[in-house]
Structures are given as structure tokens and as C-alpha cells.
Design a protein around this ligand. Sequence first.
Ligand code: HEC
Length: 318
Amino acid sequence: MSNNVNGKKSLFADLKEHPVKILALIYPYVLIIGVGIGLFYLSKTNQVGNNLIPPAAIDTTTFHDLPLIKPSTAPAADVMTLSQPNDALIAKGKEIYTTNCVACHGADGKGDGIAAGALVPKPRNFTSLNGWINGPKISGIFKTLSEGIKGSAMVAFDVISPKDKLALAQYIRKTFVPNPPEDSKDDLTDLAQKYKLSVGGKNSEQPAQSQTNPGQIPIKDAMIFTEREGNEKYEKIMDVLKQISSDNGSGANIFNNVVDDKLKALTMLISTDEWHNNEKVFVDLIVNELGQDGFNDKVHFLSDSDWDTFYNYMSKLL
Ligand code: HEC
């Protein structure tokens, strides 16, 4: 075939005659790329565990976090009946307290649970009547559990049904609070009205209503939000999650496709402002921490126009 000026065969022609030499030619490159990928992954494993969770990190060997719970609907509760303490109700309250509240409020209700350390403000000490915001009446505790306390790690526990919230209130008052103040009849009717609970059992004029709850995020994730705007971020994320799950548009489809851990991905995006005016920053943010930021490697298959769609969609949501 074609000879070059030196009279030697060109590399191409040589390879065509002896195809096996191709292997020898590409082998070093394959080796370098392989080792490169290996080193890259090793370097990434060092970063596991030093993202997102603040320094007061929870000892995960002894601490069982709340599971992430998807939105659902809970049955109604009858306030007048459930405002009377009874053993079964208090036992139920204790059970829920142990799984959901001990981490912060402690087994003795003193606000000294394992996750309480870094929190500002500190979890309420139930054994004192000082410092309460909504108060230790049943109606006060119910309000706290339904709305959370803005600017603190006390988030709304909408995942707990109204009946279980009342059981918790009973348990806390009975076990920890010294001489807890009683609710007046008005307190209870106001409570029932405000949260659309039923009053007066089966014969109630007000029909029992079921309640929707928007789900729950694990405490370790909620602990990212210990600053004053905490609840707003939490609520925003739950709201965005809801919007995405009820959306079939291309933006939502891309999100569902490239995200493994929705909570992590949204937390990362909501905690970073720089990407808002710059799509390149958005792309870098996602791609650079891939695997640790909740996104998966399917992002590599997004075309430029997919990225545009995705960027515009997330910009609109967050
Ligand atoms: C992530 C930590 C955390 C968890 C988990 C938690 N709390 Fe709290 N809680 C707090 C903090 C912090 C406060 C104090 C808020 C403040 O002073 O602004 C608080 C305050 C309260 C108060 C007092 C509200 C008032 O009137 O001042 C009640 C009642 C309460 N929590 C009940 C619960 C119950 C019941 C659970 C379990 C379902 C629970 N908390 C789980 C952190 C937590």
C-alpha cells in the first residue's frame, strides 16, 4: 500500500497487515485509563462520611434514625375522648416517644437526648414548666407536633396521626411534666376545629375527617436545618418532593431518572445558592460530587437540551 517518504510502510498500512499489533499499541492506554479510574474511585471513598452531617454527628451504631416516610392519609381522632388519659393511650404514647422523640428529648424527658448536643435552641426539658412556647397542655403539645417550632430542630411531625399525637401528649404530661395545666373545654373545641378533628365520639355532629400527612424525613437530615430558617427549608423540600411526584413533565422525568436519593439531592440544591443564575455551576455541582449528592451516573447521558430542561425545571421549583 502507501509508503511514506522514508520508504517505510506507514503505521496504518503496517497495522492492516498485522492486526494483532493494534493490541500492543492500545494496551498501555487501557492500563493507564484503568488505573486512573481505580484511583479516582479510591479518592472518592475518602470523602464518604464528611458531607452534610454537622459535627455533632450522631453515633449511628446506637442511634436508629427515623425512616423516610412518603405522604399518606391518617384516620380521624375524637378529641374529647382522647383528652382523657388512660393506660392504653399512655402506653401507645410511650412507644411513639421512644422511636421518635428520645433522640432529642431524652428517655427522662430532660431534653438531653443523644442528638441534642449541637442543637440551638436546645430540645425542651419537659420536667420543668419554664420556657415552653406552645405550652404543656394537650392543645399546646398537639400544636407543637402539628406545626413544629419555627427556627428550631423541632419540626412538624405530620407523619404521626392525630390520635397518636394525643397519645404522645398524654404520655409526656403524665410521665414528665410536674402538675401539668389542664385544657379547658374551649381549648379542646378550638383544637378540634383548627385541626379538623372530631369532637364527641361516634355521635358527634362533626363527621370524622381523615388527614393527609406530607411524610417525614430522617432526623440526621432534619439536623442540617438547625438554624432559624430550618422549618422553612424542610417544608420547602417536602413541598417540592410532592410537586415532582405529581408531575409527568420532562423536567420531573429527568429528575426521577438521574436521582437516587431525592432528599439528599434536594437538600444539596436548596443549601447552595450559586447555581441559581448559572447553569454551568448547576451542572458542575451535580457532576462533581456524583454518588454522594444523591444523583447517579445517568447524568452523563443527559444531552445539552436535557440539561437546559432540567436546569429550568429545578430553577422554577427551588
Ligand atoms: C431533632 C430533635 C427533636 C426531635 C426528634 C423532637 N424534638 Fe421536640 N423539640 C426539639 C427542640 C429543639 C425543641 C425546642 C424548640 C424551641 O425552644 O424553639 C423542642 C420542643 C418540643 C416541645 C415543647 C414545645 C413548647 O411549647 O415549647 C414539645 C412538646 C416537643 N418538642 C415534643 C416532641 C415530641 C413529642 C417529639 C417526638 C414525636 C419530639 N419533640 C421530637 C427538638 C426535637
